[in-house]
Design a protein around this ligand. Structure first.
Ligand code: ZN
Length: 428
């Protein structure tokens, strides 16, 4: 092969070499420079930039495929890249406009939303950072900021929203509601609404219809009446050793519990067990609430008892003690601690119930814990508590609940009053 030939082929090679050197020395630094400008610009106010795209068109190697262009898409940009951007923002829920390749105000707003949600500066400029996140794996879809919905015209059990929350807060401020303001219209809220209605001359159905809502949020809404007018007819019935019922006493509104309460909800131990109609309805609401909380398996083992039946229970207990060798006097006083004297049992009212769990001691069961915490919200009280034994004269009974109505039970719970104390306070 000859070494010094000026062949046309050699000349072309030399020219090509010179040309590429010129490109590398002169054009590349300019390109890098403008690239640098671009990078700094991503966090800055847009300024006119060199036309990178046209510069990059002057590539040394026409076969070289350029890496993705580091361009910023912004208001006024147009073309396929904008289209791709819009399409992606649309898929993710940030953009709701047309995928037309025109970067307008809508696209800018969508970019801002996307940036804000992804911890980027929300400047509406789709630069490298924004776009690599947008097309990357760690991208998240649009999470709408909660907007308070306009107050519905009516709310009821089961509703869960901010309007319920507002209702609960208002009822709490007025003293009708004592539980947590959680936006969940449960049994407690229903009882608070019912109590509010009953004290405002509205039909006490526990549902917050338009009329009730208007009354609740009215300037004229009254605070809860913490001490109801001591009208003897409206006060809870007191039955104890000092206040026995007459021999033939029988409440007027008794219903058969097994026939009244769904067997799937609660087991009624005896087929003949009766209870007051309103109290039975409250039992149903209460056990439904317990079930909603995942607590089931309650049993009703006692309800209404006639004076005659109580006499039988009393005599049986006395007989047991007599067998133990006690004197009659001692046997009777021992019996009185656990079995009410005939006529003095709360069970004569049809408003008292013994709640148990089959096959186990009630104390400490989830059912007992739930009952003691929540029965008050449904108008029941734990009638015989340990710290009130001296007043009631009855040893604590975890299983015995008494219906007094929610207007009384809530106050008795909040002020830790047993029935004797509560009535004494009201009638003083
Ligand atoms: Zn009882």
């Amino acid at each position: 092969m000859r070494k010094h030939a000026f062949s046309p082929f050699g000349v072309i090679l030399w020219l090509l070499l010179i040309a590429s050197t010129v490109i590398v020395v002169i054009l590349l630094p300019r390109t890098l420079d403008s690239y640098g400008q671009l990078q700094t610009e991503q966090n800055a106010t847009p300024t006119p930039t060199a036309n990178v795209e046209s510069m990059l068109l002057i590539t040394a190697d026409p076969n070289h495929i350029p890496t993705p262009t580091p361009l910023i898409l912004r208001t006024g940009s147009q073309g396929e890249e904008v289209k791709r951007l819009q399409q992606r923002l649309l898929e993710l829920g940030f953009y709701t406009g047309l995928v037309d390749g025109q970067f307008g105000q809508g696209t800018a707003e969508a970019v801002k939303l996307f940036q804000a949600q992804h911890g980027l500066t929300a400047d509406g400029l789709a630069g490298n950072d924004t776009r690599s996140l947008l097309f990357g794996d760690s991208v998240s879809t649009y999470i709408p900021t909660p907007v308070p919905s306009p107050t519905p015209s009516s709310l009821a059990m089961g509703d869960k929203n901010s309007a319920v929350k507002a209702l609960q807060q208002r009822l709490k401020d007025l003293g009708f509601y004592t539980s947590s303001v959680d936006g969940d219209y449960g049994a407690g809220t229903q009882e608070a609404v019912r109590l509010f209605q009953s004290q405002h001359g509205l039909a006490a159905d526990g549902q917050a219809g338009p009329e009730t809502l208007a009354a609740v949020f009215s300037q004229n809404a009254k605070k809860v009446v913490a001490t109801p007018t001591p009208d003897p007819a409206l006060l809870p019935l007191l039955i104890n050793a000092d206040h026995p019922v007459a021999d033939g006493y029988r409440p007027s509104n008794l219903v058969n519990l097994r026939k009244t309460l769904p067997a799937s909800l609660v087991y009624v131990k005896g087929s003949e067990i009766e209870g007051d109609k309103a109290a039975a309805a409250a039992l149903q609401t209460m056990f439904e609430a317990a079930r909603a909380d995942g607590v089931t398996g309650f049993q009703i083992s006692a309800g209404y008892r006639s004076v005659g039946y109580q006499q039988k229970l009393f005599d049986e207990k006395v007989a047991e003690y007599l067998k133990d060798g006690r004197t009659r006097e001692s046997a009777i006083s021992a019996t009185k601690l656990t079995v009410a004297v005939p006529g003095a049992s709360e069970h004569h009212s049809g408003l008292a119930f013994d709640i148990t769990v089959q096959g186990t001691i009630f104390k400490g069961t989830p059912q007992q814990i739930w009952l003691h915490k929540h029965c008050w919200d449904y108008g029941f009280i734990i009638r015989y508590q340990a710290d009130k034994e001296k007043i009631t004269g009855i040893l604590a009974e975890d299983w015995h609940i008494r219906y007094v109505g929610v207007q009384h039970s809530i106050i008795m719970r909040d002020q830790n009053l047993c029935l004797e104390e509560y009535l004494e306070r009201l009638t003083q």
